[in-house]
Design a protein around this ligand. Structure first.
Ligand code: UDP
Length: 373
């Protein structure tokens, strides 16, 4: 399509999906304008420098992938450090290693060998082994029995999602590895790390000289922005694009409380989860440990799960049957003749998916190879 518009693409949102698209578009000399309602670029991977420490302003982001193409792609822009995520769980003042591995089984039951651990797990899951798990609670009981579920999963999960674990889809817990080695690496992926120099460096590298305007809400002057480009890549919430005409997609939000402390090391680990339901936050991040920081001070963030409303950020899509059905209605509309020529949709908010960063990049590369070929 050729029109007199100044740009080939307007991208609504300046997060990771947008940045990958913008980079690929720049390789083909496309004219791109990006706008974002926040006053900074980077979306949720944006970091703020506090006391020389990169603070993950929108929650912990740990890059991990098994996709070599994605790994090589990001390594064009930044090198990665050797950070390996090994969160510790605090339940009623006792500490447990995560993900569920031989260290955890030893801490829970005193078992010392894989054979002992397997025998113990067989015993504790016996009452549930015939379940065909249809929700997160059943899935967790089926995998590891009652003790592990109640100490390390139930409280955290119900705080995190704001509903009983029986009403949460089981796939969420399938993200967590379960292994019979003394291996505290939270992820099974081949590649992992934090960008040296921080995530902002990755975002800056991707955007290059792309024109970006921050602090502008697309919906304030949608017609004006639309007229500026032949096509619009919209990376915001898909329901909002369509005025929530079929209803609102549900999300879970977070509230962060960040503090600078006059100590060099508060908790000895980047991530400590609090799995008891009576502790109101789910985890404490100590940002310097993502980058092996050595300064005299430290910055910590307590992460409180929160109802999603228009006043806070949409972090976790709920992805249950009701919301998936609603999503299909919006996706159908997005594909209709009225919209598909002008608008493309992508990213975790437009796709309503629980994307990790590598999924976002993979999805963006897929879209660009279709769109820009
Ligand atoms: N989870 C849990 N206990 C923990 C950590 C995680 O039960 O200590 C469960 C919880 O249901 C959570 C899911 O595992 O929603 C996925 O956790 P993950 O750490 O992958 O979530 P994210 O880092 O994306 O918030």
């Amino acid at each position: 399509m050729t029109t007199s518009a100044k740009y080939d693409y307007l991208i609504v949102g300046a997060g990771l999906f947008s940045a990958v698209f913008a980079h690929q578009a720049s390789l083909q000399n496309k004219r791109v304008l990006v706008i974002d309602k926040r006053d900074h670029r980077g979306g949720n991977i944006y970091c703020e420098n506090v006391e020389g420490i990169n603070v993950h302003k929108y929650g912990a982001h740990i890059f991990h992938t098994s996709n070599k193409e994605v790994w090589d792609y990001v390594n064009q822009f930044v090198d990665f450090n050797h950070y390996v995520n090994s969160p510790v769980a605090n339940y009623r003042d006792k500490l447990y290693n995560l993900p569920f591995n031989m260290n955890t089984f030893y801490q829970l039951w005193g078992v010392k060998t894989p054979a002992e651990a397997k025998a113990k797990i067989e015993e504790v899951r016996a009452p549930y082994k015939d379940l065909e798990p249809s929700n997160l609670e059943e899935q967790a009981l089926f995998l590891g029995g009652k003790d592990l579920y109640e100490k390390l999963i139930k409280g955290y999960t119900e705080k995190q999602w704001g509903r009983p674990a029986t009403q949460i889809p089981s796939f969420i817990i399938k993200r967590l590895p379960f292994r019979f080695t003394f291996d505290n690496n939270y992820f099974n992926d081949l590649y992992q790390g934090i960008p040296i120099g921080g995530y902002n460096k990755l975002i800056d590298g991707l955007f290059g000289d792309t024109e970006i305007l921050t602090g502008l809400n697309y919906f304030d002057e949608k017609e004006k922005y639309d007229a500026m480009a032949d096509k619009v890549l919209y990376t915001g919430k898909i329901d909002e694009f369509f005025d929530c005409q079929f209803g609102k997609l549900e999300y879970r939000s977070l509230h962060f409380e960040t503090e600078v402390l006059d100590t060099d090391n508060f908790q000895g680990n980047a991530v400590v989860n609090y799995t008891d339901k009576d502790v109101p936050f789910t985890r404490i991040l100590e940002h310097k440990h993502f980058e092996f920081g050595t300064s005299d001070k430290t910055v910590i963030t307590r992460e409180y799960p929160h109802e999603f409303s228009k006043d806070n950020e949409p972090y976790y899509p709920l992805n249950d049957k009701v919301n998936e059905a609603l999503l299909s209605q919006y996706q159908e509309l997005a594909q209709s003749a009225q919209y598909r020529e002008k608008y493309i949709f992508g990213g975790r908010l437009a796709d309503y998916k629980y994307y990790d960063m590598d999924d976002t990049i993979e999805a963006a590369l897929k879209l660009t190879s279709r769109e820009l070929s």
